[in-house]
Design a protein. Sequence first.
Length: 76
Amino acid sequence: MGKVKTEHIKRLGKELMSRFPDKFSSSFEDNKSAVEALTQGATTKVRNQVAGYITHTISLTQSDSPSDSIENEMPA
Protein backbone atom coordinates (compact mmCIF):
# COMPACT_ATOMS: atom_id res chain seq x y z
CA MET A 1 0.00 0.00 0.00
CA GLY A 2 1.32 3.40 -0.99
CA LYS A 3 0.49 6.94 -0.06
CA VAL A 4 -2.14 7.36 -2.78
CA LYS A 5 -5.50 8.44 -1.36
CA THR A 6 -8.83 8.21 -3.14
CA GLU A 7 -10.56 11.33 -4.41
CA HIS A 8 -13.23 10.92 -1.71
CA ILE A 9 -10.62 11.11 1.08
CA LYS A 10 -8.88 14.12 -0.50
CA ARG A 11 -12.15 15.96 -1.10
CA LEU A 12 -13.34 15.38 2.45
CA GLY A 13 -9.96 16.38 3.91
CA LYS A 14 -9.75 19.58 1.84
CA GLU A 15 -13.32 20.53 2.73
CA LEU A 16 -12.70 20.02 6.46
CA MET A 17 -9.44 22.01 6.32
CA SER A 18 -11.11 24.90 4.49
CA ARG A 19 -14.16 25.00 6.79
CA PHE A 20 -12.30 24.43 10.08
CA PRO A 21 -8.65 25.52 9.60
CA ASP A 22 -8.02 26.13 13.32
CA LYS A 23 -9.09 22.62 14.39
CA PHE A 24 -6.18 20.75 12.76
CA SER A 25 -2.48 20.47 13.56
CA SER A 26 0.47 18.28 12.60
CA SER A 27 -0.51 15.71 15.25
CA PHE A 28 -2.32 12.65 13.90
CA GLU A 29 -4.04 11.88 17.22
CA ASP A 30 -5.44 15.41 17.53
CA ASN A 31 -6.60 15.36 13.91
CA LYS A 32 -8.22 11.96 14.39
CA SER A 33 -10.30 13.32 17.28
CA ALA A 34 -11.24 16.43 15.30
CA VAL A 35 -12.30 14.42 12.23
CA GLU A 36 -14.38 12.12 14.41
CA ALA A 37 -16.16 15.10 15.98
CA LEU A 38 -16.75 16.86 12.65
CA THR A 39 -17.91 13.90 10.54
CA GLN A 40 -20.97 11.94 11.48
CA GLY A 41 -21.24 8.32 10.40
CA ALA A 42 -17.74 7.91 8.98
CA THR A 43 -16.14 4.53 9.47
CA THR A 44 -12.93 4.14 11.47
CA LYS A 45 -10.92 3.46 8.31
CA VAL A 46 -12.22 6.58 6.55
CA ARG A 47 -11.67 8.69 9.67
CA ASN A 48 -8.06 7.53 9.96
CA GLN A 49 -7.38 8.05 6.26
CA VAL A 50 -8.78 11.60 6.34
CA ALA A 51 -6.84 12.42 9.52
CA GLY A 52 -3.67 11.03 7.95
CA TYR A 53 -4.20 13.03 4.77
CA ILE A 54 -4.76 16.24 6.77
CA THR A 55 -1.69 15.56 8.94
CA HIS A 56 0.45 14.92 5.86
CA THR A 57 -0.83 18.06 4.10
CA ILE A 58 -0.26 20.30 7.12
CA SER A 59 3.23 18.92 7.76
CA LEU A 60 4.12 19.56 4.11
CA THR A 61 2.94 23.16 4.26
CA GLN A 62 4.84 23.75 7.50
CA SER A 63 8.07 22.31 6.10
CA ASP A 64 7.76 24.45 2.95
CA SER A 65 7.46 27.74 4.84
CA PRO A 66 9.80 30.47 3.52
CA SER A 67 11.51 31.13 6.86
CA ASP A 68 12.70 27.52 7.11
CA SER A 69 14.19 27.51 3.62
CA ILE A 70 16.02 30.81 4.21
CA GLU A 71 17.52 29.53 7.47
CA ASN A 72 18.66 26.31 5.79
CA GLU A 73 20.42 28.16 2.95
CA MET A 74 22.48 30.46 5.18
CA PRO A 75 26.04 29.17 5.81
CA ALA A 76 27.00 28.44 9.40
